[in-house]
Design a protein around this ligand. Structure first.
Ligand code: SAH
Length: 262
């Protein structure tokens, strides 16, 4: 997968390309990374990349000519790539979109600054618009990094374990189970016994229950939108029965003397 980022602050990407999994992916030729300075495509004396808005008002707008020249140059060097505009007005980034983008041959990111970029670039020079959430940042660089990071870890061979990315939160519609590592007891809190048992099937069952309970407590909306399999529905039914039994036991033990209710 080839990544190119068009920005007026290319230096922001130096530490990004040079650390952790992204660095390993570059070194292992799983991804190629290039950062393009939009200013290099500005032809006026001051190499300007922005101008005041037509119609007046505050703020500056990134002007079309340098952006158009930069996008054309990068597109011709990366045929078959998708050009993505980072904007708070785009479709909101999700794991599904990360999976979709991971299928591309190459991704070119356009990072806006100021009030954003000239509308004619949005219309004619980009294939997609992506937002990383309903808030406004000062530039598209962090958005490009977020998308590149999430897409890179889905590229086969980038993460250690073969199925690492498949088990992550959102991949199967649920949040991932809890994780523990040494020490076995930390400030009086023990690792769940089953994880030390070596019993693979029991561990898988515990992890599925952990995944379901976390999703239920933290993101109930995900559960409603996921087609659960038989094992998962069985677990939910068991919890349902457990809760009913608790409630029944409560009502059998009579009215709560403190509540004053009959
Ligand atoms: N005036 C614009 C916001 C401009 S913010 C508006 O109200 O829609 C400046 C730049 O930051 C944008 O061009 C975009 O590249 C980037 N940006 C800001 N928030 C973003 C977000 N949530 N997702 C992706 N990019 C964002």
């Amino acid at each position: 997968m080839k990544f190119a980022v068009l920005t007026i602050f290319p230096e922001l990407f130096v530490p990004f390309w040079e650390h952790g999994i992204i660095r390993r992916a570059v070194e292992g030729n799983k991804i190629s990374a290039s950062t393009v300075n939009i200013r290099d495509f500005a032809t006026d004396r001051h190499h300007s990349t922005d101008d005041s808005p037509y119609g007046g008002g505050c703020g500056m707008v990134m002007n079309a000519p340098p952006l158009a020249a930069a996008i054309r140059a990068v597109r011709s060097a990366m045929p078959g790539s998708r050009t993505i505009l980072t904007t708070p007005q785009g479709r909101v980034f999700t794991q599904d979109i990360a999976r979709e983008l991971a299928e591309s041959e190459g991704l070119i990111f356009v990072c806006g600054r100021y009030e954003g970029i000239d509308e004619r670039i949005c219309q004619d020079f980009t294939d997609d618009e992506i937002s990383i959430g309903d808030y406004v940042m000062t530039g598209g660089e962090l958005a490009a990094m977020v998308v590149i990071d999430a897409v890179t870890r889905l590229i086969p061979g980038v993460l250690g374990g073969e199925d690492s990315a498949q088990k992550d939160s959102f991949s199967q519609g649920l949040l991932e189970h809890a994780h523990y590592t040494r020490p076995r007891v930390f400030e009086g809190c023990e690792v769940p016994e089953v994880l030390l048992s070596g019993h693979h099937k029991e561990i898988e069952k515990w992890r599925l229950e952990s995944s379901l309970i976390r999703t239920f407590l933290k993101r109930r909306d995900l559960l409603k939108n996921t087609a659960l399999n038989t094992q998962e529905t069985e677990i939910l039914k068991k919890w349902c029965l457990d809760i009913e039994n608790i409630l029944r036991a409560q009502s059998l033990s009579g009215p709560d003397p403190l509540s004053g209710k009959q």
